[in-house]
Design a protein around this ligand. Structure first.
Ligand code: NDP
Ligand code: 8X3
Length: 253
């Protein structure tokens, strides 16, 4: 296994949920961690709590130039990052396509697809040049299995799935690894965001379901990243033990 103290990890979407838990997992193991997100107060709180191994960088991943600049201006020793966890993302709404908000669709595409691409493109050349790195993406089971109301959200995660495989086809042999993490139900701020702050509706998503936690997913990221460098985990798909596939639906008159 790789010594986690040899890792410098950049995490987008580090201010809550899966990203924050991953920051904590790597920091506890002695890695350096760059924490990226829009909520500056939360980034600073992570730095205050976890110490000088943490570098806060305020970033909206939808801004390509800002993303490029954020990676290009990382100070030593953080500039030598060898793991990039492109995790920032969101779902907005659960309406059927004929009622969904076009602006929500735009935001999901701009964040989950464009933001992820900007993060990878801004960080990949340096890792290839150093012959050492690992791109970890956050896909979703929604990128593989359809469900009503997932329309554009699920499609953005299907993009992540295929992009991760194509990325691996490009970089295999360069020293850079690629892993797509595809979780099912994880209790985070995800549903509060999806339902625009409707806490009751968000709670119902997880009630009685024993959902996974951010820490469960962080453990999977940590596992993939600390395997010996000759091993690449292409994808990890995980669900809570109570979650399974939907049945085929027939809508009868
Ligand atoms: P959270 O809402 O808890 O976290 C989302 C993170 O993304 C926050 O840190 C948020 O930070 C960040 N983010 C959102 N938009 C932007 C942006 N434009 N620029 C920078 N950062 C942004 O949800 P999760 O932890 O659950 O979500 C993390 C990832 O996991 C997402 O990609 C999500 O699609 C995916 N996922 C979640 C599942 C779940 O059931 N929870 C299951 C499968 C996948 P800030 O607002 O501070 O910018
Ligand atoms: C989040 C998982 O099933 O809520 O990507 O879409 S799901």
């Amino acid at each position: 296994m790789l010594d986690p103290r040899s890792l410098t990890v950049v995490v987008t979407g580090a201010t809550s949920g899966i990203g924050e838990a991953t920051v904590r997992r790597f920091a506890a193991a002695g890695a350096l961690v760059v924490v990226m997100g829009r909520r500056k107060d939360r980034l600073q709180a992570l730095r205050d709590e976890l110490g000088e191994h943490i570098l806060p960088v305020e970033l909206d991943v939808r801004d390509a130039a800002a993303t490029e600049a954020a990676f290009a201006s990382l100070p030593a020793p953080f500039a030598d990052y060898n793991v990039v966890f492109a995790n920032a993302g969101l779902a907005l709404g659960l309406e059927p396509a004929q009622q969904a908000s076009l602006s929500n669709w735009d935001t999901m595409v701009e964040t989950n697809i464009n933001g992820m691409l900007y993060t990878v493109r801004a960080s990949l050349p340096a890792m290839v040049a150093r012959k050492q790195g690992h791109v970890v993406l956050t896909g979703s089971i929604a990128g593989e299995f359809p469900y009503p109301g997932a329309n554009v959200y699920g499609a953005t995660k299907a993009f992540v799935k295929q992009f991760s495989l194509n990325l691996w086809a490009d970089v295999a042999g360069t020293g850079v690894r690629v892993t797509n993490i595809e979780p099912g139900l994880v209790e985070t701020e995800f549903s509060m965001v999806r339902f625009e702050g409707d806490a009751g509706r968000a709670r119902k998503v997880y009630a009685g379901a024993e959902p996974m936690t951010g820490a469960d997913i962080a453990e999977q990221v940590f596992f993939a990243c600390t395997l010996p460098r000759h091993v690449n985990i292409n994808r990890i798909q995980a669900m809570p033990s109570r979650q399974t596939f939907g049945n085929m639906t027939v809508r009868r008159d």
